[in-house]
Ligand binder design. Structure first.
Ligand SMILES: [Zn+2]
Length: 337
């Protein structure tokens, strides 16, 4: 009897210890997300400019003040500095802590969704690709292949850690994602005589197919189009344009201020109204040069963020969504596990 209750007590302590270890591990995932988010801020600022993401160290874009380690702590430094550069007082955009917090929360959500499994690693890597791709697309209207191409490869390789079936579905997903958008582009050019989708969108859908398998693709296209069209239409009604305003014409290479609230130049020349929900064309991205002649019109939206949002929704909430959605729509998500 005595020995039995002792054993029970032991098991109890063991469980408490295990829970504590698990709690610490989950907290670490969140902190890792914050730290990676800080790095993603650098990626978002430098990759579109063709600059190195490791060198030089982070500095104030106005006065060049190099950030000390204590000025570079995710979220906390921004609060401690009261959102201003300690040297010149330039406001530091709220986008920096936002991206850090967003990455931390998405890391946490992936852990809750997948537990400690190979799928968790795959999910975290996908977050690390989609966050910068979305914010770069919002600001520059490009999806740099420096991120998408290695991302497609990473998606296939990480799927291989989840078994041969998953690897097969991943390869099919990458090819199908590319072909679906290629077909949509071809139809757009041949029938509607205009470029509706960018080269980067094809690569992004291939990336999503590689990570989430071909079974997720229909759901992603459905959710991204629906949400993009609804929000785009609302933005068009309220702000007079569906997507963010294009960058001002003569864009000097180093942005004088961190992402400024972009002022929409109304009545952009050559920006003919197009169908609501039409996506942006992607200029071929040469050596660090910006898109040449294409200017996003008031009804264009960058499609990358919408594809990314839909993919994250399906990855993190897929099983729940397929139960909640009404009958014909849940079929789009039936392949999501
Ligand atoms: Zn400064």
């Amino acid at each position: 009897m005595l020995r039995g209750s002792e054993l029970l007590a032991d098991e109890g302590t063991q469980n408490v210890t295990l829970q504590a270890v698990e709690g610490v591990a989950v907290a670490l995932v969140f902190v890792m997300g914050l730290i990676f988010g800080s790095f993603l801020n650098v990626v978002i600022a430098r990759v579109p400019m063709g600059e190195s993401v490791v060198h030089p160290r982070s500095r104030c874009p106005r006065c060049g003040h190099q950030l000390a380690w204590y000025e570079n702590i995710p979220v906390l430094s921004w609060i401690a500095l009261r959102a201003r550069c300690s040297s010149c007082g330039l406001p530091i955009s709220w986008r920096y802590p936002l991206i850090e917090l967003l990455t931390g929360l998405l890391f946490l959500a992936c852990q809750r969704r997948f537990g400690w499994s190979p799928e968790l690693v795959s999910g975290l890597v996908l977050v690390l690709l989609l966050v910068p791709l979305s914010f770069i697309d919002l600001e520059h209207w490009i999806l740099p292949h420096e991120l998408t191409w290695p991302g497609i490869a990473a998606g296939v390789v990480l799927s291989a850690t989840q078994g041969l079936d998953r690897l097969r579905d991943s390869v099919i997903g990458a090819v199908a994602g590319f072909l679906i958008f290629w077909a949509m582009e071809w139809i757009g050019e041949k029938i509607f005589k205009k470029e509706a989708l960018g080269a980067g969108d094809k690569d992004l859908l291939a990336l999503l197919g590689a990570f989430l398998s071909w079974k997720a693709l229909l759901g992603i296209i459905f959710l991204s189009s629906l949400q993009g069209a609804v929000v785009g239409s609302l933005m068009l009604l309220i702000h007079g344009r569906a997507g963010p305003a294009p960058e001002p014409e003569a864009s000097e290479p180093p942005p004088a201020t961190p992402p400024s609230p972009q002022v929409a130049p109304e009545g952009e020349p050559g920006a003919a109204p197009e169908a609501v929900g039409a996506e942006h064309a992607q200029a071929e991205k040469g050596e660090g040069e910006e898109e040449d002649d294409w200017v996003p019109g008031p009804t264009n939206i960058p499609f990358g963020p919408w594809l990314s949002l839909a993919a994250l929704e399906i990855m993190l909430l897929g099983p729940w969504l397929s139960e909640v959605l009404p009958v014909p729509l849940d079929l789009l998500l039936s392949g999501v596990r």
